[in-house]
Design a protein around this ligand. Structure first.
Ligand code: MN
Length: 202
């Protein structure tokens, strides 16, 4: 994940064109979500850490250590969105099946890949207000799914974030309106397991 030598927190370059995730995520949504919302979290974070003890610290360390409040909200959202946008690939390129090793871990935790996906969708549907659903791992590689309010992130809770579903309405409302769980089901078409598996604890 992020190295800890960055002097400035910058938004991650998209590894695909802005229209490449359609129809699951439209170009219009990418333009707002990546170009405006994510950029704003990063800009706010940089403004808040400038000339403080936090300046120069990498994003994960910030998310682990800063106090609750506006600084944490923006650091959490900067990390959430970096992981979110980098986990996708166009439908024609995404590796949409987990490796055998990963599938075994999913089976151990949830019974099957299908049940894991159902739990992600149900969790997203159940989250009241704005937040995130994460497939995550502990240090030993045991998987779980957790709900996080607002800008909270698994690294704050000593977990490794693997797959993030943004349940803020700005992530899906232009394309899916109130059909939140249908949106989450469709995300699996563009989630790339080779990226996800790189996030497992080594
Ligand atoms: Mn978002």
């Amino acid at each position: 994940m992020t190295s800890c030598v960055l002097a400035k927190i910058v938004i991650a370059a998209l590894p695909y064109a802005t229209d490449a995730l359609a129809p699951v995520i439209s170009e219009e949504t990418i333009n707002y979500h990546y170009g405006k919302h994510y950029q704003t979290y990063v800009d706010n974070l940089n403004a808040k850490i400038e000339n403080t003890e936090w300046e120069g610290m990498c994003l994960e360390e910030l998310v682990k250590n800063v106090p609750e409040g506006p600084l944490f909200n923006n650091a959490g959202q900067a990390l959430n969105h970096q992981l979110y946008f980098l986990q996708f690939r166009p439908e024609s390129q995404a590796k949409t099946e987990p490796s055998e090793k990963m599938r075994q871990k999913i089976d151990e935790a949830f019974g099957s890949v299908e049940k894991m996906k159902q739990t992600m969708s149900q969790s997203a549907g159940a989250l009241f207000g704005s937040g995130w659903v994460w497939l995550e791992s502990d240090d030993a590689g045991k998987l779980s799914i957790s709900l996080y309010a607002n800008g909270d992130n698994p690294v704050r809770h000593n977990r490794h974030p693997l797959v993030g579903v943004d349940v803020w309405e700005h992530a899906y409302y232009l394309d899916w309106q109130n059909r939140r769980t249908a949106h989450v089901d469709a995300l699996w078409k563009i989630i790339d397991w080779s990226v996800v598996e790189e996030r497992m604890p080594k």
